[in-house]
Write a new protein. Structure first.
Length: 399
């Protein structure tokens, strides 16, 4: 076996209860004029005000931008960067869920390099370092605090789009599970299911030939020896903690497991990438306007059923990590876990009209970066069958 691994991560990652209180000592080492990117709800939150107070106590000039919208419309990121230029920030701090962190990444990019987000779509298109960036997640899901990705919604394309570059990985990430204690059960479930899907897709992604330079040619290189360690640990932590965190938001041990699992999943898919579940979710989300985490989690049991012949060793390892008896239990147990925390079982339940199945399949096949990362190939007809199975709740048709 040719043992190959690659890892990209923040320069510094702080994890643990209370670690948010380190912001006042971390930030001054990176800049003196901090743009805090968040959303309107968090802007009024006591925890955020306390974080801003730390910055001001450390003699930083602070501008709070609370304009982040769900799914980060492209024009909102442009406006945010334009509005911040007069302040001349030398540091960007994203505080909030995945949209806030993605917004912070995009603003840090535009402030450093100008232009519009459309110039940077795809992989390795960011020309150099962005402004120093601190990420402080308040949900446990996207892993954006450690990934090289910023996802935006582009009205012209009617789809979400991604900017993928190692330059977008935050300089410092502060992951404090206490910030997730107030996260409601529904959002905890959606975010945590998103994280588990990240870990599963990273662990079962295609394994590419590790030619020298592959990590410079691709942002997402496929599964490898390092990403597998993070993915498998994430699967175990999320399987143990997610349902408990949804049932009792004050369960600190469960919150810690879910947040650590989400962060490790981010470290895994940040180099391995995701695959078919994410490809299908992009058009599904555009049509149904449902949360990203709901879509990918709904799709995951169907995608894993299709992939099963190509991932037999991985299914055995997932079963061991999840405390299951064998590989055959993985997909049914995953579907049952998602059902218990309120994830819809079918694309019909998500609101996808049956007559849009063909369009979703066609659009999904066009997202080649993700489809090429899937461990079992999917041609157009197979993709159509997969989407139809997920719409009708028929996993058996995929075996």
């Amino acid at each position: 076996m040719n043992l190959f691994g690659t890892l990209r991560a923040p320069r510094e990652l702080l994890f643990g209860a209370g670690q948010r209180h380190a912001l006042g000592t971390v930030a001054p080492k990176l800049g003196q004029r901090a743009l805090v990117v968040t959303d309107a709800r968090l802007a009024a939150d006591a925890d955020l005000r306390a974080l801003v107070g730390q910055l001001e106590a450390a003699n930083l000039a602070v501008l709070v931008d609370s304009s982040t919208l769900p799914d980060v419309p492209v024009e909102s990121a442009v406006s945010s960067a334009d509005n911040a230029r007069n302040f001349q920030p030398d540091l960007v701090i994203g505080i909030g869920g995945g949209s806030c962190l993605d917004m912070a990444k995009c603003v840090a990019l535009l402030l450093a390099h100008g232009g519009r987000p459309q110039q940077y779509y795809g992989e390795h298109t960011v020309p150099g370092p962005v402004l120093p960036l601190i990420a402080i997640p308040t949900t446990a899901g996207t892993g954006s605090e450690v990934t090289p990705v910023a996802v935006l919604s582009d009205a012209e394309r009617s789809l979400k789009v991604g900017i993928s570059s190692p330059y977008l990985i935050p300089t410092v990430s502060i992951c404090d599970p206490e910030l997730t204690l107030s996260c409601p059960p529904g959002l905890t479930a959606i975010a945590g299911a998103d994280a588990l899907t990240h870990a599963l897709e990273a662990f079962t992604a295609i394994r590419r030939e590790p030619v020298p330079g592959i990590a410079q040619q691709r942002v997402f290189v496929g599964k490898n020896a390092l990403s597998d360690q993070f993915a498998l640990s994430a699967i175990g932590l999320l399987w143990q903690g997610l349902e408990a965190a949804c049932k009792d938001g004050a369960d600190r041990a469960a919150r810690e497991k879910v947040m650590l699992g989400a962060t490790l999943a981010g470290l895994a898919f940040g180099v391995a990438g995701t695959a078919a579940a994410h490809a299908i979710q992009y058009p599904v989300g555009a049509l149904t306007h449902t949360a990203h985490g709901l879509g990918v989690a709904c799709l995951m049991p169907y995608v894993m059923t299709w992939n099963a012949p190509a991932i037999e060793p991985e299914l055995a390892q997932i079963a061991a990590a999840a405390g299951l008896k064998g590989p055959g239990e993985v997909v049914p147990a995953l579907a049952a876990l998602f059902a218990r925390i309120g994830i819809p079982a079918t694309l019909r339940d998500l609101g996808l009209a049956e007559e849009r199945i063909d369009w979703v399949a066609e659009q999904s096949c066009g997202i080649t970066r993700l489809i090429q990362n899937n461990p079992r190939p999917l041609n157009a007809q197979e993709m159509r069958n997969l989407v139809a199975a997920a719409h009708g709740g028929d996993r058996a048709s995929l075996t």
